[in-house]
Design a protein around this ligand. Structure first.
Ligand code: SF4
Length: 215
């Protein structure tokens, strides 16, 4: 499923949902890859083929993604959310092509991307400037308050330097994207939440505390 939305605590093809609710608007989630450079302890990708969002036929091409948008009921979209089942920036060049297509075709559409914020490490360069003018919001997973705790949870393939690289990427994004938020989930405990707030103050980042969802 490339374009989907939420339904009964699960996922449904976006067009199928609109057949049920033709006059309403929903967030449209965009899934372009199963891959990721992390291996988070809580990641749904561990379910692989057993999960509805696993791209069983492999990654869709840029043309296939564009066609999926062209076939979709875009008048019913509240916000486009690039999230992927895996990490969307793993396909950075393809992702930028898709974002440019969205901006050109649907210029008024609000576009958000959820990311682990490790694209600088993945591609060995500063990647934040590539998103200039293409995103309204970027949501970056902060997860924890220290580099070691972050690594314990994400098991990033880049090791201990991942946390600082993610924070640096988030700081850079403020120059190019109007709304930059970093996120944690509410199950990490009060002390850890307070420590994350301090990190955000230090880096001048907005923190969003998300409710933990199992699926
Ligand atoms: S960063 Fe996201 S996609 Fe990657 S392993 Fe962690 S939860 Fe899964």
């Amino acid at each position: 499923m490339i374009l989907y939305t939420l339904q009964d605590n699960g996922y449904i093809d976006f067009s199928e949902k609109i057949k049920m609710y033709p006059t309403e608007k929903f967030n449209m989630y965009v899934n372009i890859t199963n891959r990721c450079n992390c291996n988070c302890t809580f990641c749904l990708r561990h379910l692989k083929e057993d999960h509805k969002l696993w791209l069983k036929d492999g990654e869709p091409s840029v043309e296939e993604i564009k066609q999926a948008f062209l076939n979709a009921p875009m008048d019913n979209v509240k916000e486009i959310v690039i999230c992927g089942f895996g990490e969307p920036t793993i396909r950075l060049d393809d992702l930028i092509k898709v974002l440019k297509f969205i901006r050109e075709k649907y210029p008024q559409m609000k576009v958000r991307m959820n990311t682990n914020g490790l694209s600088d490490l993945e591609f060995g360069k500063s990647t934040a400037p590539m998103f200039e003018g293409l995103l309204n919001t970027i949501s970056i997973s902060l997860n924890e308050s220290t580099a070691q705790k972050y690594l314990d949870v994400t098991r990033s393939r880049f090791g201990i330097k991942s946390y600082n690289a993610m924070l640096e990427f988030a700081s850079q994004c403020k120059k190019y994207i109007p709304n930059v938020v970093v996120t944690i989930v509410d199950i990490i405990g009060e002390a850890e939440i307070a420590a994350c707030k301090k990190v955000c103050e230090q880096y001048g980042l907005n923190l969003r505390i998300r409710k933990y969802e199992k699926n």
